[in-house]
Design a protein around this ligand. Structure first.
Ligand code: ATP
Length: 654
């Protein structure tokens, strides 16, 4: 068999650096949905939620927790909602989505995006995400229960609401939207039916099915989505105009109108008529209403056709309407049936205090924080730690690779890694270096876990990673390419030849138990002829890898003068991963499911490279306090983290 064919065969069975096609889950959400109008749809058969079967009386999660199904709470276009009680008696709402309805990638992507965005939110006026799991027929999204239904139900029961009630609801809604917008999330489906009440009649924004994260560079989204009555004019402009945070401001105007006047401003039977009215800004305040001039003035500003003319969230709260009438301290459940009697007795002074207190509670007055500070605060706060359901994994990866099951971690923890251990091979310099680096890394990781050490976030940089590799140790050795721009071969005899792709630098790294690793630096012209055979092999692998393998990530660190001579000291293959020990103290783990993790700078930072090549580096304490990566969570993070620690311990030789 020729070397080329042998490598091809090897590649097919062994290589795990071949990239799977990007599934585009996070970066390019495909959504073009227009939600149902806020009236009960008669065409029940068409709703995906009709595929949802009533869950069994006990639903078990992956980690064995059991939830007892309770009452049916309601139904949307996509999901049915049931009460669920946990073993301690706490009651939640389980948004239940039939697996039969998430067969295509687009619906799956929508649900995954909803879960990813919702689970990272924590605000008093956002329905709290608790957990998600699945059984054979459904995916369950466990949420804080909102037992007093939605603003739409309240409006139906009451026909119109009073201005004092709407003032309080508006401040709470604006507080939640401010929280979302600070995190670059646009909700895009704010409507009365998506705003629920907790037991104390605080409003809570729910349903993140159309929410999206707007990138700071483009700032716009182009997909037409929303609910007809609430759609902003720029969304109807579609791909030509694009839309952004201002669509949520428009929706505030629609909701405020609907609550004060009993129906949305552009209401019509025919959806096309609604759209025409929206485009022409054609609406009237009902003549028979007693609503204040201030409320109409604010609504007119919110419903500006030009998004740039709409007030900002802070400007809305500066509007006179919030101060020109009573502002209640809270709303009681009496509101569900009638206008609360006590509203008439609230004094002007009390109103001002209540308004200020309410703004305080919802975080309106929080001092300005940069996106990095927000990220830090979020990571430090208790966010739900969730594994995503298996059934939401993209098809292409799932079919080819078995997911790593969350197995119990082997109980081989060495309680202390001492210097004696690291010095167990005083006569063997190579073992000594490997042990030293491993024990220092493990020590640091342990101290970070115990919060005795905090890595310096400012000093963090993306690590150099092994971006391609070919195991041809049955003939020559192990060949690899680094993101520093080096191609190397670790020959079976222990020496390494490293060539830079973009320069003429060549490094020859010899290894011996007396000396450890010794690096000799040449240029192509000055390389001794003795090395010509090795150089030929390196060149062969270089051509092979360039032609046949794709990079792990384009975002990894590129070469700098100090990183050129980083090389592979040792590699270890296991059933679940291949582990690389680099000379700069980084440890890279390529897992069978195409996720990669790198522990760098002696345990201080952790990098995650997703199958779609997104790369995220964070200080280890950030990842541990959040329970996962922030932008690209790995559903088996904790299992993999344990694997990595065990692998490092196992590599220390005594
Ligand atoms: N946290 C909750 N507490 C109580 N009931 C809830 C909760 N979340 C949802 N519900 C009930 O379940 C119904 C369906 O939920 P939701 O509107 O989120 O589903 P959906 O199918 O995604 O909706 P849509 O059709 O708007 O996309 C709601 O109308 C409401 O009656």
């Amino acid at each position: 068999m020729s070397t080329g064919r042998a490598l091809q065969a090897l590649n097919n069975v062994q290589l795990n650096t071949k990239a799977t096609p990007s599934n585009g889950i996070i970066k390019t959400p495909v959504r073009s949905s227009i939600s149902k109008p806020e009236t009960k749809s008669k065409k029940k058969k068409e709703k995906l939620s009709s595929l949802c079967k009533t869950p069994p009386s006990v639903v078990r999660t992956r980690n064995g927790r059991g939830y007892h199904r309770g009452l049916f709470l309601g139904e949307g276009g996509f999901a049915r909602c049931f009460q669920m009680k946990d073993e301690s008696g706490r009651i939640f709402a389980a948004k239940t989505v039939a697996k039969a309805s998430i067969k295509n990638e687009k619906t799956k992507t929508k649900l995954l995006s909803e879960i990813k965005i919702h689970k990272s939110m924590s605000h008093p006026n956002i329905v709290q995400f608790v957990d998600c799991f699945e059984d054979d027929v459904n995916v369950y999204i466990l949420l804080e229960i909102c037992p007093n239904q939605s603003l739409m139900d309240l409006l139906k029961a009451r026909k119109v609401l009073s201005e004092p009630e709407v003032r309080l609801f508006m401040v709470q809604i604006i507080g939640a939207i401010k929280y979302l917008h600070r995190r670059r999330v646009v909700h895009r489906d704010l409507k009365l039916g998506n705003i629920f009440f907790d037991p104390d009649m605080n409003v809570k924004i729910g349903d993140f099915g159309l929410a999206t994260v707007v990138s700071p560079s483009t700032n716009k989204r182009y997909t037409i989505c929303g609910t007809p009555n609430y759609i902003a004019p720029e969304v109807l402009g579609g791909k030509a105009t694009g839309h952004s945070f201002e669509v949520d401001i428009w929706a505030i105007g629609i909701m405020m109108f609907a609550l004060l006047f009993g129906k949305p401003p552009f209401q019509a039977k025919d959806v096309q008529v609604i759209y025409e009215r929206i485009k022409n800004n054609e609406y009237k305040f009902p003549a028979d209403s007693s609503a204040s001039a201030e409320s109409k003035n604010l609504i007119t500003k919110l419903l500006s056709t030009d998004p740039t003319l709409r007030p900002s969230l802070d400007e809305i709260l500066e509007h006179e309407w919030f101060k020109c009438g009573p502002f209640p301290a809270k709303i009681s459940t009496e509101s569900l049936k009638q206008i609360p009697k006590n509203l008439a007795f609230i004094t002007k002074e009390e109103s001002l205090i209540n308004f200020a207190t309410c703004k305080q509670r919802v975080g309106i007055n929080d001092s300005y924080k940069s996106p990095v500070e927000i990220l830090k605060t979020d990571l430090e706060s208790e966010q739900p730690k969730t594994l995503l359901p298996h059934s939401l994994s993209p098809n292409n990866t799932k079919n080819k690779y078995k997911e790593i099951p969350p197995v119990a971690v082997r109980n081989t923890v060495r309680s202390r890694i001492t210097n004696e251990l690291a010095n167990a091979h005083p006569e063997n310099q190579m073992m000594r270096i490997l042990n030293d680096t491993l024990s220092a890394t493990l020590m640091n990781m342990k101290e970070i876990e115990e919060q005795k050490l905090r890595p310096d976030a400012r000093a963090m940089k993306k690590p150099i990673v092994v971006s391609k590799w070919v195991d041809y140790s049955n003939k020559h050795g192990f060949s690899y390419q680094l993101s520093s721009g080096a191609i190397g071969v670790l020959f079976n005899a222990g020496q390494t030849v490293l060539k830079m792709v973009d320069t003429t630098d060549v490094f020859y790294i010899s290894s011996s138990s007396e000396e450890g690793w010794q690096v000799a630096h040449y240029t192509e012209e000055t390389t001794p002829s003795l090395l010509s055979r090795e150089i030929e092999v390196v060149d062969f692998f270089r051509k092979y890898m360039t032609a046949h393998l794709s990079d792990v990530s384009s975002g990894a660190r590129k070469s700098s003068s100090r990183s050129k001579d980083v090389f592979l000291r040792r590699y270890t293959r296991d059933d679940n991963y291949i582990m690389f020990e680099l000379s700069n103290g980084s440890y890279q783990f390529n897992f069978k499911d195409h996720h990669k993790m790198v522990i760098s700078e002696l345990g201080q930072y952790l990098t995650h490279i997703t199958p779609s090549k997104e790369i995220e580096t964070l200080p280890l304490d950030y990842v541990l306090s959040h329970g996962n990566f922030y932008e690209s969570p790995d559903e088996y993070f904790s299992v993999k983290y344990d694997f990595m620690k065990h692998a490092l311990r196992d590599k220390i030789s005594i």
